[in-house]
Ligand binder design. Structure first.
Ligand code: FUL
Length: 699
């Protein structure tokens, strides 16, 4: 006993002799993550699965009046959906159990508006059950999206609906095993079917759903489920639907701001706020296609592996989680094109992160807390996020030199902080040793769960990590450098005013092959040698091959509408000033936008210069200026002679506020006409309508 005590004393005094502090962890800084949030952070990537009546009606938001009979996947295969996600390296799946249209993918006891009245499996199917079971079999986490807004329910807007909503929530929380998340959407577009009332119903997002008590049900029944809404309570929206977090993205948010409630808007969500009052990390939600639901017309608009990688580096690589949407098609499986792209994305990520090139390197830290082994620099290379290198309290801007022992080439830097102590690093830099001195290779601000910096390839024998700003001693859990496989860039596809298409590779050392039928170019596809005409539009896919043909690059895809070379805007008539010129809406330049002088309805008439067979019409909203001018209700009509008009399509551009991508409207059948009229009935926030482009897809 006595000897044991002496041994302890000796140990303590040796720490004191080294002049360091005793090896106790530093105090936490700022808002801290909960255990639930830490588990969510560890997932990093998971899948969204948008599936409902919209899949069969070709809409993004159902109106609520859809018959359950339309939901009839011909070959629904939950295992295929889950397998696709798993092969893509995604660690969970969130299913839209109910979207805004109110149709339930499970046989809820509380409504007839569900799969139990669908022909699919003779009304005995349960998509939620099948997906939950498939996830369990595959070892993936499972979660649900239950839209608060319900355009079907007759009581929506009244207190009775809240009871209904909570009953549904309880069904999902109790009957389908453990859920890793419940996703609460903030969207509320107002009008809907509402049991036949067909009217606009407005609610106050802050109070109507009595969120504290609604969330309480989740806490009670699934204490480890993390909840999403624009403003938490467990993780937040990143403020856009393109999958990109702020270059600086704090895991904390100031919850004292009045807009911090579900549906309270996107301001401040992209970058987060420091120091903030709550740990509320961002989720980047984005679809692998332009829309959230499957549309056959988007089969050639699936994001390429290179685009997915870019999103990965700008979401996961900025400390957020990535929620990547994979929408099942009308068969009820993930389409081949999506499967292919996702697989290649994962293959490239796996190749990149297979080996930390810093593993085995010699580490020299400018300071280690108390000189203790427990906090030493080696912790950043042990592959564990629950061990870390940390300095003495007085040292907030330490350096770590990493000597590889041999020339090493990399282009990705990977960093993690030890989250239980809070987000501590405010800025850092990484230097490479070049020609006998340190040269800055990359620098960044927020780190949090993970920071990836992707740059040019550099070859060096040693690198240096410098924390350049931190309010307290930084706690670094992991550090790594990696090399991405060298890829051939996708070519650029352009069509000029004369409707000639050119395919340009970024270097002359490669050749470009292409297809015009939407299929993937192979080494046997036609070689691009000179610009070719495409006046009626179509889908061009182009891919780079090394001159010997043994290596293929990423594929670029572009879909062109009818060439606008011969078009004229007949009304409104411009006043001669270029900026206000109506030509801006047909100049094939998305950045030039025509803005109306007054709120809608605003009518635009275009002469196509010749009679065409029109299949679809499109509207591109302005890319800048937020919601200003973004049309959300429209009418299209066509005419043969410019005098007699036939209605072609009318409706809402659903979800255009959050996802302002090009809106394509399918006509009931091909229509022949030379004139097109677009009526912008209304734009968001009652602003004057704006048009970046009007397009025609036809023959
Ligand atoms: C939005 C919804 O309105 C979209 O339809 C989609 O579900 C997206 C993930 O969230 O707010």
């Amino acid at each position: 006993m006595k000897r044991g005590f002496a041994w302890l004393l000796a140990l303590l005094s040796s720490a004191a002799l080294r002049g360091g502090e005793p090896p106790v962890p530093p105090s936490p800084y700022g808002p801290l993550p909960t255990e639930r949030q830490l588990r969510w952070h560890a997932l990093e990537t998971y899948a969204f699965v948008h599936f409902t009546v919209n899949t069969f009606t070709d809409r993004e938001w159902g109106l609520g009046d859809e018959s359950p009979a339309v939901f009839n996947p011909s070959a629904f295969d939950a295992d295929q959906v889950v397998r696709t996600a798993k092969e893509g390296g995604l660690r969970g799946v969130i299913l839209t159990a109910k979207h805004h249209d109110g149709f339930c993918l499970w046989p809820s006891r509380f409504t007839e508006h569900s799969v139990k009245n669908s022909p699919w499996k003779n009304g005995r199917g349960d998509v939620v059950r099948e997906m939950a079971d498939a996830c369990r079999r595959a070892g993936l986490a499972f979660g649900v999206y239950l839209s608060p807004w319900d355009r079907n329910h007759r009581d929506y807007g009244r207190p009775e609906y809240l009871t209904y909503y909570r009953n549904q929530l309880r069904e999902l929380l109790t009957n389908y095993g453990p859920l890793f998340t419940v996703w609460f959407d903030g969207a509320n577009g107002g009008d809907g079917y509402y049991g036949g009332a067909n009217e606009k119903r407005s609610i106050d997002n802050r109070t109507y759903y009595d969120w504290p008590n609604t969330w309480g049900i989740v806490r009670e029944l699934q204490p480890m489920a993390s909840m999403f809404s624009d403003a938490g309570p467990d993780f937040r929206w990143v403020g856009n639907e393109n999958g990109i977090a702020g270059e600086t993205c704090w895991a904390t948010l100031d919850m004292t701001k009045p807009t911090r409630y579900p549906g309270g808007g996107s301001a401040g969500l992209n970058a987060g706020e420091r120091p903030g009052t709550q740990w509320l990390p961002a989720e980047c939600d984005v679809s692998i296609r332009p829309g959230w639901f499957y549309h056959a017309s988007e089969d050639t608009a699936v994001k390429t592996p290179a685009q997915l990688l870019d999103i990965y580096y700008k979401s996961v690589g900025r400390g957020a989680d990535l929620n990547l949407n994979l929408p099942p098609d009308r068969r009820g499986v993930i389409h081949e094109n999506d499967v292919k792209s996702l697989r290649e994305f994962r293959r490239l990520l796996d190749l990149t992160f297979a080996k930390n090139l810093a593993a085995g390197a010699k580490l020299t830290a400018s300071n280690v807390r108390g000189g203790a082994e427990k906090f030493s620099a080696g912790r950043v290379l042990d592959g564990k996020r629950d061990t870390y290198w940390v300095t003495d309290d007085a040292v907030t801007t330490p350096e770590l030199v990493v000597e590889f022992g041999a020339a090493t080439t990399f282009n990705v830097v990977d960093l993690r902080e030890y989250l239980p102590l809070g987000q501590r690093v405010e800025a850092f830099a990484v230097d490479a040793w070049r020609d006998g001195r340190w040269e800055e290779y990359a620098a960044g601000t927020s780190v949090g769960n993970r920071r990836l910096l992707r740059g040019a390839r550099v070859t060096t024998t040693k690198v240096r990590l410098r924390v350049t700003q931190a309010p307290v001693a930084p706690a670094i859990a992991e550090f790594g450098v990696y090399a991405e496989p060298v890829l051939l860039d996708a070519p650029t596809i352009v069509r000029n005013r004369q409707a000639l298409v050119s395919l340009q590779a970024s270097t002359a050392a490669v050749v470009v092959r292409y297809t015009t039928d939407g299929s993937e170019p192979t080494a046997d596809s036609p070689l691009f040698s000179a610009p070719f005409p495409l006046p009626r539009g179509g889908t061009i896919r182009a891919r780079t091959f090394s001159a010997e043909g043994e290596r293929a690059g990423d594929t670029a895809t572009r879909r062109f509408g009818v060439s606008k070379a011969r078009w004229k805007v007949l009304s409104p008539v411009g006043d001669g000033r270029v900026k206000e010129s109506p030509r801006q809406m047909i100049d094939d330049a998305p950045a030039s936008v025509w803005r109306a002088g007054k709120a809608g309805p605003v009518e635009v008439t275009i002469d196509l210069g010749e009679a065409l067979t029109i299949e679809r019409l499109s509207y591109l909203p302005p890319g800048e200026g937020g919601a200003r001018g973004v049309v959300d209700r429209y009418e299209f009509s066509t005419s043969v002679d410019g005098k007699t008009w036939t209605p072609a399509a009318a409706g809402e551009f659903a979800n255009i506020r959050a996802n302002p991508v090009e809106q394509e409207v399918a006509l009931h059948g091909p229509v022949s006409g030379r004139f097109v009229r677009f009526v912008a009935l209304h734009a968001l926030d009652d602003s004057p309508p704006a048009i970046a482009e009007i397009g025609v897809i036809g023959r």
